[in-house]
Design a protein around this ligand. Structure first.
Ligand SMILES: Cc1cc2nc3c(=O)[nH]c(=O)nc-3n(C[C@H](O)[C@H](O)[C@H](O)COP(=O)(O)O)c2cc1C
Ligand code: SF4
Length: 393
């Protein structure tokens, strides 16, 4: 038994904004009434949740959909009492349902080897190398764990005091439980693969050149892209990253510039905090731009959430000027002023590839991966690219 319909699409393929096990309470009375086995899916990602629902008589058995795409060994790991070994589905819908509805072959954002397990089996490296991975985001950890399992001696150098990179920022909202577990899974997996980690290590080009390594993987992520708009340097302007990390003071009237997934998630957070939020988007739809299409289930759910909290959504609108307490936007040739104590720029990202550019002709074996290679990316692109590099080194 599932729930939803094509007219209520995000209930059918529940993305990350829905709670885990979202149908269990709905189905419990049915199970008790019908007297025949009832099997239920719906973001049952943790074996503990499956156990509990069956023990409490809410369902007879669980169906695992996307959880098995993310980790086809889910059941064996659960049965052997190692739930922490399960690589969690993060409910992004990017690789699975998003691609199916785009007429493409199914992939999984967190499982780069899905459906290619045999041909992509790990082959021990002919010549074990010292591999330096610069940047410990999800992409860096993926390349590291694969390369280390093939016999390379791998060290991740991360400038922050934690691994995770941009995913740490994306994981701030409370509904990102599964994504937080994914980072834990990566940390455990790289540890078990024997990857060494050095935190608080920020490198210049010379520092990297002086590292004792045979191969370099540049996984330095991306910077926020800030358009040149009059007033963009004002104090009331911040980035989506700083807003999510709580590094910026946010006033009551907020204008989020950019209606991509990042902008919409920031707007949703602030609306739930009781702020009045306008989203200004140049295109005529939310989450309609970017190189990576966003799954319809994600788009429709975020739109519903923003509408529920009464966001002021301004489509086909260009930001013209930022003032002390307002912004000017232009739509169809006419200018409007929106109140703005704070303006949050969610206008995309640009590759942080300066280290790679400085090294690529140095004669060393150098790879660039993830957002540092092509931005804006997403976890799926990063994991897929880095898995491939990990198998190639
Ligand atoms: C790739 C994919 C294909 C699906 N195909 C069907 C289908 O043909 N019929 C159906 O009723 N549900 C289908 N579903 C929905 C699942 O049965 C399930 O209700 C949904 O994915 C939520 O469960 P999950 O969180 O365990 O994935 C599909 C889901 C996915 C991810
Ligand atoms: S693509 Fe995303 S939603 Fe789909 S199975 Fe993989 S992690 Fe889950």
């Amino acid at each position: 038994m599932g729930n939803g319909s094509y007219d209520a699409f995000h209930w059918l393929y529940p993305p990350m904004y829905h709670k885990e096990g979202l149908w269990l309470d709905d189905v419990a009375p049915l199970t008790k009434a019908v007297g025949i086995p009832v099997i239920c899916p719906g973001k049952i990602i943790r074996p503990e949740m499956a156990d509990e629902a069956i023990r409490e008589g809410k369902i007879t058995a669980v169906a695992l959909g996307r959880a098995l795409l993310a980790d086809s060994d889910w059941v064996n790991k659960a049965a052997s009492g190692k739930p922490e070994d399960i690589r969690p589905c993060i409910g992004c819908n990017v690789g699975c349902i998003g691609r199916i509805f785009a007429g493409k072959t199914m992939l999984c954002a967190v499982n780069a080897n899905l459906f290619h397990e045999a041909e992509q089996a790990l082959i021990p490296a002919e010549t074990p190398k010292k591999v330096a991975v610069i940047g410990g985001g999800v992409g860096g950890m993926e390349v590291a764990r694969i390369a280390a399992r093939r016999g390379h001696d791998v060290t991740i150098y991360e400038k922050a005091d934690r691994l995770g990179g941009m995913t740490l920022v994306a994981n701030v909202p409370d509904y990102k439980n599964a994504s937080r577990r994914l980072l834990k899974w990566f940390e455990k997996d790289i540890r078990e693969a024997g990857v060494k980690v050095e935190l608080n290590r920020e490198f210049s080009v010379d520092d990297v050149k002086n590292l004792d390594a045979d191969a370099f993987v540049i996984s330095t992520g991306a910077f926020p892209k800030i358009p040149r708009i009059p007033g963009v340097e004002r104090e009331n302007v911040t980035t989506a990253i700083d807003a999510l990390l709580g590094k910026a003071e946010i006033g009551q009237n907020v204008v989020v510039v950019g209606g991509g997934q990042v902008g919409c998630e920031v707007a949703y957070e602030l609306l739930r905090d009781g702020k009045r939020v306008a989203v200004v988007e140049f295109l005529n739809g939310l989450m309609a731009g970017g190189k990576e299409p966003v799954s319809a289930a994600v788009v429709l759910m975020l739109q519903d959430l923003l509408n529920y909290y009464k966001a002021d959504i301004r489509l086909s609108s260009a930001l013209k000027e930022i003032r002390e307490n307002s912004v000017l936007i232009e739509k169809d040739g006419s200018t409007q002023e929106l109140p703005a104590d704070t303006v949050i720029m969610a206008t995309g990202f640009v590759e942080n590839n300066s280290l790679y550019n400085a090294l690529k002709d140095s004669g060393k074996e150098v790879y660039v991966v993830g957002d540092a290679r092509r931005s804006p990316g997403n976890i799926m692109r990063s994991v897929a690219d880095d898995n491939e590099v990990g198998r190639k080194i």
